[in-house]
Design a protein around this ligand. Structure first.
Ligand SMILES: [Zn+2]
Length: 469
């Protein structure tokens, strides 16, 4: 039984989706005004792996990750460069996809952008006004926090305590310090949209409510993001969504810890940026992912050169062992050591079922790698083939590390990838003839996860490659 820590209750809870067998999740994505840094990479990597694990457990998953493509920082940066804000945002969305590809992250089912949801946002705000949860002042619209008694429930704060530190900025026209903008009246020179309250643009929080509810429904299972978003972003999202629908919004809230850089939270605003592309170049995809996944997702992570380099070395050790197995041909042996497989699978599941403890799951992969090494030395090919397979075709696929096929999927190594693919298809053909459909299906699923789609026809198996899968 998979348990996750729900920020809302502060407890580990069994994950029970609203619709049996189908998990719907929303992850707050990046605001696209600059290159992706390690701080943005953590939720992307963690929740990509979490989604794969849900699928490994047999769930269907519908995942949404947005791009915030309009906000003050984007406008300021685009202005400085002298290009239209939407062109500027598009540029960094494209850059995100390059990074996602380098990290082997799968695309979510939906990647909505704020500017494409303005009419849904306006519609939500109209409903909030009609229900007495929002008010208009000179073309701005604010959420009335005092109209929603459960405000503070997610971040476990009391309204009275929050007011103490809150200030109303001189240019804001809100009635109460904690009220927040749903719609901002247009300022001269800013992009704007027509609305019942005049020209303007959406506030930040309302966009995630509009996109998540449009794509996943008024109530859905998991809302995820960095723990710096709990307050005010997620608290506000929850308040405005529940105020509109009268139903619980997300039922489970998952938050990853921050990446700290010499003791400071990594956020662009304080200038502690460690560029992700550069990290991948220096430490490799597996090094970076190992670094991000080897701590529990809720813990803070200290980002140091030494820690990244240690992850790179650990990844190299595993990869060298895998390579040796390939050279000795055990990678194409398919005789599983079944009782041992069951034990390893049980331990893998036990780790990840316990609040997605990737740290333990990775320790198990290292253990498998050591076992592979010693099995190769003592000539135990059955054990070696099993360990190899568990690392690269099963556990590695779930965590998105040591999934060696993907690593060979570089433009200059296209042919070696296709060769490997043909070998796999041949093995799958043999398995199908032997009616070992479970293994044949496993190969199909694993290939699917790295963007290779198989289609069985009377003439044989055809495949298509989707590099953005
Ligand atoms: Zn959000």
């Amino acid at each position: 039984m998979l348990k996750i820590t729900n920020t809302l209750s502060g407890k580990k809870e069994a994950l029970i989706p609203l619709e049996p067998g189908h998990v719907k999740m929303y992850v707050c994505g990046p605001t696209v005004y600059g290159a992706i840094h390690m701080g943005n990479a953590r939720p992307a990597v963690v929740f990509d792996a979490f989604r794969r694990y849900l699928e490994y457990c047999g769930y269907k998953v519908t995942m949404v990750q947005n791009f915030t493509d309009i906000d003050d920082k984007i406008l300021a940066a685009a202005n400085e460069k002298g290009i239209p804000f939407d062109e500027y945002a598009k540029l960094f969305i494209a850059e995100y996809w390059v990074d996602a590809h380098l990290l082997g992250l799968r695309a979510a089912n939906f990647h909505p952008r704020t500017t494409r949801y303005v009419s849904e946002i306006i519609h939500l705000i109209e409903k909030l006004i009609a229900r007495g949860h929002a008010y208009v002042v000179d073309g701005d619209v604010y959420f009335d926090v005092r109209s929603f008694p459960k405000y503070g429930e997610l971040s476990h704060r009391r309204i009275d305590d929050m007011i103490a530190g809150a200030r109303v900025a001189p240019d804001e026209k809100k009635r109460f310090p904690l009220d927040f903008a749903l719609w901002k009246a247009a300022k001269p020179g800013e992009p704007s949209w027509e609305s019942p309250w005049g020209q303007g643009r959406p506030g930040w929080h309302i966009e995630c409510s509009a996109m998540s509810m449009s794509l996943l429904g008024e109530s859905f299972d998991i809302h995820a993001g960095g723990n710096d978003l709990i307050f005010p972003h997620h608290e506000n999202e929850k308040a405005q969504s529940e105020a509109v629908t009268g139903k619980p919004f997300a039922r489970y809230w998952m938050h990853n810890g921050m990446i700290r850089f010499e003791g400071e939270k990594m956020a662009k605003s304080i200038g502690n940026v460690f560029n992700l592309r550069e990290a991948i170049r220096q430490f490799g995809k597996d090094g970076v992912k190992l670094f991000l996944l080897s701590k529990h997702y809720r813990s803070p992570v200290e980002l140091t050169y030494e820690a990244l380099d240690e992850s790179r070395r650990a990844a190299t050790r595993v990869k060298e062992t895998l390579k040796r197995a390939e050279e000795q041909g055990v990678n194409i042996l398919i005789h599983f050591d079944n009782s041992w497989v069951n034990e390893m699978r049980a331990r893998f599941k036990e780790a990840l079922d316990d609040d997605f403890n990737t740290s333990k799951a990775i320790a198990l992969i290292f253990e498998l790698s050591r076992e592979l090494n010693s099995a190769l030395e003592r000539g135990d090919t059955k054990r070696a083939a099993t360990a190899y397979s568990l690392i690269t075709r099963e556990f590695g696929q779930v965590l998105g590390i040591f999934d060696t096929l993907h690593e060979t999927m570089k433009i200059d190594e296209e042919s070696s990838f296709e060769e490997t693919l043909h070998i796999l298809l041949e093995i799958r053909e043999i398995l199908r003839k032997e009616k070992r459909y479970d293994l044949a299906d496993k190969i199909r699923e694993s290939l699917r996860a790295i963007g290779v789609k198989l289609e069985d026809t009377p003439q044989g198996t055809r495949y298509t490659l989707d590099k953005h899968a």
